[in-house]
Every structure is written in structure tokens, then in C-alpha cells.
Design a protein around this ligand. Structure first.
Ligand SMILES: [Zn+2]
Length: 284
């Protein structure tokens, strides 16, 4: 097929033309892009794929594709343009992430556990043994920035500048929400993961906007956690749902030490107490 096709090496699966450059290979055999695009598995498996594995996979994939005909989305959670969506078929006990794992359809039974985190700070987890939520402290952290914004605005006004608080650039407390689905009893995937961009403050350090967006996303993730727990771990739903635990946020050692140094300087704690606390923090 035309100039950009490696006609001399037909696709080992369908016999179609393969790309002249950068075509996919399995044990030295070329694949066309259509066949190559159907391969969706952990990269480790993909790297060591033999032709025998590939035929087995393609048969499995045909079965999985057949599920699409029955797949009826009853709940859909959109994550944005790049991250796609989580689609759930409650009736058939199926789900898929539209932008991850090649759109493969999974079963609720494939989920061993789920984790929702803000970067590396866990805010929610569910498995057959537990369903827990944690307060990451982001709301508190963001609200505490209000003073900085007000001060910057006041200074800008005093200096009669019209660039508002441009010099102040509030840093996002975290980059991404991450939904991780730990899988079991699946031949090709042991984990499915999707990243959602965390909100930002925008050019004008809009804290209300941040909080609104943050709360909306957390509410959506909470709903996902509830739905997954309900269908995947019905035994733990009762009693534990919605329990918010103590923050699991990692400690910023330098900031903590500074805080205690201030307390020491104020005379609120003794040198000995300070040394003790410092030792503890440095060991973390
Ligand atoms: Zn092909």
C-alpha cells in the first residue's frame, strides 16, 4: 500500500502491509499497525512476547472485544481530555478505562484493591478487608494561603500597581490525583492506573476556584470509591463507609524542624525537648 508501507514484509497476523519505519516486531516478524494496536499488556510481557503468546493473546482479545457488544455504560466518570473516563456496566459487572490498558474490558472481580492518592499521599483505599478515607490536609493547606494572597493584594494596592498580586505565585500543593486499580486473576494486567491533573490557582491565585475544583474532583473520586467498594467488596461497605481517618501526609522534615525551632526560640519548649524532636524527625 503506497510509499510508506513495508510491502516486502507483510503482517504476520493478517497479511496486510506493515509500516516501512518503526513497525512492531514479534520474534522478528512484522505487524501492521492495526494488529499492533490490539496488543495491550504490561510492558514486561510485551517485551518478551513470542508468536505463540501473541496468538493466544489475540484469541483472548477477540473474546474481550466481544464483551463490548454487551457492555452497557450505566455510570461514567469523565477525567478530562487526556485521562479519558472510567466506564462502568453495573448490570454485567464490567468496567474499563477508556484511555488506559487499550480500552480492555475488565470485571469487578479483577479488582483486588483500589487506591486514590494525591501524588504519593493516599486519600482513600478499598479492598476486601477495609475501606478507608484519609484527610490529606490539602484543604487546610490551601485555606492557610488566603493570608498571603490578601497581603500581596494589599501591598499591590498600596504601591498603586494594577498588576494585582502578580508577584505572588501560589504553588499547587500536588500535581495529580491518581486512581490505581490493583488487579488479580488477569493474564495481561496487574494494575490499571489513571492520572487526573490537580487543580491550580490560575494567574490570579484564586483560592475559591481552587477549592471548588478540588472539592468537585474529590466528590467524584469519593463516588467512584463508593461504587467500586459496593460492587467489588460488598462485605466491607457496611459500617466503614465514609470514615475519615487521620491524615497520612508525609512530613516535611525541614518545615517541622523550623516550627520546633520557633517554639524553642519563643521559650515554649526546652532545648532538650527540641533536640529530642529533631532527632525523631531526622529519623523519619
Ligand atoms: Zn495485521
Amino acid at each position: 500500500m503506497g510509499l510508506f508501507t513495508n510491502d516486502k514484509r507483510p503482517c504476520v497476523i493478517c497479511g496486510g502491509g506493515t509500516p516501512r519505519l518503526f513497525y512492531t516486531e514479534v520474534e522478528g516478524n512484522a505487524l501492521c499497525s492495526t494488529c499492533a494496536d490490539r496488543i495491550s499488556m504490561e510492558s514486561e510481557l510485551r517485551q518478551n512476547l513470542t508468536m505463540e503468546d501473541l496468538y493466544k493473546y489475540l484469541a483472548w482479545r477477540d473474546e474481550n472485544d466481544a464483551l463490548k457488544a454487551a457492555f452497557t455504560v450505566t455510570k461514567e466518570y469523565k477525567f478530562g481530555w487526556l485521562a479519558g473516563a472510567l466506564e462502568i456496566d453495573e448490570e454485567h459487572g464490567l468496567w474499563r478505562l477508556t484511555s488506559e490498558c487499550g480500552g480492555i474490558i475488565f470485571q469487578f472481580e479483577n479488582i483486588a484493591a483500589f487506591y486514590i492518592s494525591e501524588d504519593n499521599v493516599l486519600i482513600c483505599t478499598g479492598s476486601k478487608d477495609k475501606y478507608e478515607r484519609y484527610d490529606s490536609g490539602v484543604r487546610e493547606q490551601v485555606l492557610s494561603l488566603q493570608g498571603q494572597v490578601q497581603l500581596a493584594r494589599a501591598l499591590a494596592m498600596r504601591d498603586d500597581r494594577d498588576d494585582n498580586n502578580r508577584e505572588l505565585r501560589l504553588e499547587k500543593p500536588f500535581e495529580n490525583f491518581i486512581l490505581t486499580l490493583e488487579l488479580k486473576d488477569h493474564p495481561y494486567w496487574h494494575k490499571a492506573e489513571v492520572k487526573l491533573s490537580a487543580p491550580s490557582f490560575g494567574g490570579d491565585n484564586d483560592i475559591q476556584y481552587y477549592m471548588r475544583t478540588y472539592n468537585e474532583t474529590v466528590a467524584k473520586l469519593d463516588e467512584i470509591a463508593d461504587v467500586l467498594t459496593h460492587y467489588c467488596f460488598p462485605a466491607v461497605t457496611e459500617g466503614t463507609a465514609g470514615t475519615v481517618q487521620q491524615a497520612a501526609a508525609p512530613v516535611d522534615v525541614a518545615t517541622e524542624i523550623k516550627k520546633f525551632k520557633e517554639l524553642l526560640d519563643m521559650g515554649a519548649i526546652t532545648q532538650q525537648e527540641f533536640d529530642q524532636k529533631k532527632q525523631q524527625l531526622l529519623k523519619m
